[in-house]
Design a protein around this ligand. Structure first.
Ligand SMILES: Cc1cc2nc3c(=O)[nH]c(=O)nc-3n(C[C@H](O)[C@H](O)[C@H](O)COP(=O)(O)OP(=O)(O)OC[C@H]3O[C@@H](n4cnc5c(N)ncnc54)[C@H](O)[C@@H]3O)c2cc1C
Length: 445
């Protein structure tokens, strides 16, 4: 039990806010968590649709932080399973294993294109002084033109909505890190098993969807401290300290320490008094990517055995499809399956408001063409929108957000966390680590 006596106010009940609540609870620290919606989990929830379950995007729990894995195992017990599933890329009418490997590339490209691509990689690698200052130069240097264009550049541009040479190298996430020539060679020598283990194919997943993690966490926490349908509409400050928050434009709650996981732009816009003009101008350049998720519910046992299917071609508006049943059989009724299709976009693009039945029909036709199902097998479909799915990491973004963080750091009792609060491409385990660090820091102040 901690000696810490102050009360912590937490804004946002997504994975980041929940992580802070979890560690506060563990230390016996008093807290109140305010969440705008009527449930916890933020962009990491599981939705029920006519007997089918699906997640708000192709989620998996990466075993990257041993303490997080241990905690989640403790919360879910036998309802957490270790999954091994491959993923594939769909290109030119065919599936190819992901991550890419020399052998399947040879099969896909044919000998001539393969040798040409190999020379491109060697040539690109020979440029010792190449500067990888944006995503495009990074992948051209790593993979050469053919492979980069076939598999990486268009995909990334669809995902982030910007030309690849305007994107930070960080959009590669950790995924490209292991995907270099060394991995290629190891895989060629040791086979696919090593590749799957090394990169993307093994992960933990709850029996009833990713949202179960935060449902179990909610049950573990003190529910009297969690306030749903409490939208924070103003953050009041005075003399470099946050004094209170206004909820639902009405009630003020006084604040001692504030941990905030709301998107950076939202925080700046609800500060009272408002930040200086130049900070608000910088905030306008901070953008988030949204996702339209389309669900297709099918009268068939299985489509294929992929964890995810990636669609890098410009021919498709979507980037990724996943079959929830391949993460857990409990995600579909017996004998049935479903496909979830991710279309990254922004709220101000026409597609966001496009007629849903037209959009569903257009995408269903593409999936039928790709032979993922037939017209007769399609039982039902739905549309779900994911807001602020990714912070858009443009080249030079770190310099732009620096003055914003410098301004916010003036508030001594304000602590930021979360994917959109810290404006970083982070995951569940990162939020748990941040939550732990915030609470440790407060306890040692
Ligand atoms: C398609 C997709 C796939 C992903 N796959 C993985 C994966 O495989 N593994 C993994 O670990 N992670 C994955 N992630 C990342 C993970 O979902 C996010 O990192 C996580 O949801 C971010 O958590 P957060 O709490 O920072 O933000 P959010 O989840 O966005 O939560 C923020 C919360 O704040 C609330 N809020 C906003 N404004 C207010 C307000 N004014 N007042 C009160 N509450 C407010 C929101 O309602 C929301 O609940 C994926 C994300 C997406 C979109």
């Amino acid at each position: 039990m901690s000696e810490y006596k102050k009360h912590i106010t937490i804004l946002g009940g997504g994975p980041a806010g929940m992580a802070v609540a979890f560690y506060a609870h563990e230390k016996g620290i008093e807290y109140s968590l305010f969440e705008r919606s009527n449930r916890l989990g933020g962009n990491c929830i599981t939705i029920e649709h006519n007997g089918f379950l699906f997640d708000s995007g192709a989620h998996r729990l990466h075993d990257k932080d041993p303490e997080t894995t241990q905690i989640i195992k403790g919360l879910l017990g036998s309802e957490l399973e270790l999954i091994h599933v491959p993923s594939q890329i769909y290109r030119e009418g065919r599936f190819i294993d992901f991550p890419l490997s020399p052998l399947n590339l040879l099969r896909f490209l044919g000998l001539f294109r393969f040798i040409h691509s190999a020379f491109q990689i060697l040539y690109a690698k020979s440029k010792k002084n190449a500067v990888n200052e944006d995503f495009k130069s990074l992948v051209l240097h790593q993979y050469g033109k053919n492979i980069a264009e076939l598999f990486l550049l268009h995909y990334t541009e669809k995902l982030w909505g910007k030309p690849a040479d305007e994107l930070s190298t960080e959009v590669a996430g950790k995924r490209l890190k292991g995907l270099n020539l060394t991995t290629f060679m190891l895989e060629a020598i040791q086979g696919k098993k090593r590749k799957t283990r090394h990169l993307d194919g093994s992960f933990y997943y709850p029996k009833y969807g990713i949202g179960a993690i935060f449902e179990k966490m909610q049950q573990h926490l003190n529910t009297g401290s969690i306030f749903l349908e409490h939208k924070v509409t103003s953050i009041r400050h005075e003399n470099n300290r946050i004094k209170g928050i206004i909820v639902n434009d009405r009630k003020e709650h006084m604040v001692q320490e504030l941990v905030c996981s709301l998107p950076l732009g939202v925080v700046l816009n609800i500060l009272d008094p408002p930040p200086p003009f130049e900070i608000l101008e910088l905030a306008k350049r901070i953008e988030f990517r949204d996702i339209i998720l389309l669900g297709f519910f099918l009268d068939k046992e299985s489509v294929n055995n992929n964890g995810s299917m990636y669609f890098p071609s410009e021919r498709y508006r979507f980037t990724r499809i996943y079959e929830p049943r391949n993460r857990s059989v409990h995600m579909s009724p017996k004998g049935k399956t479903s496909l979830m299709v991710e279309i990254p976009c922004q709220r101000n693009e026409p597609i966001w408001n496009q007629d849903e039945s037209l959009l569903l029909n257009e995408i269903a036709q593409k999936l039928i063409e790709a032979k993922l199902f037939t017209e007769d097998e399609l039982l039902d479909s739905c549309v779900y929108r994911v807001y602020n799915a990714y912070p858009i990491l443009e080249k030079g973004y770190a310099e732009r957000v620096k003055p914003i963080y410098a301004y916010l750091s003036l508030f001594k009792n304000l602590h930021l966390t979360g994917r959109n609060g810290l404006f970083s491409y982070t995951h569940i385990h990162d939020h748990m680590v941040n939550g732990r660090e915030v609470i440790d820091r407060l306890c040692h102040e």
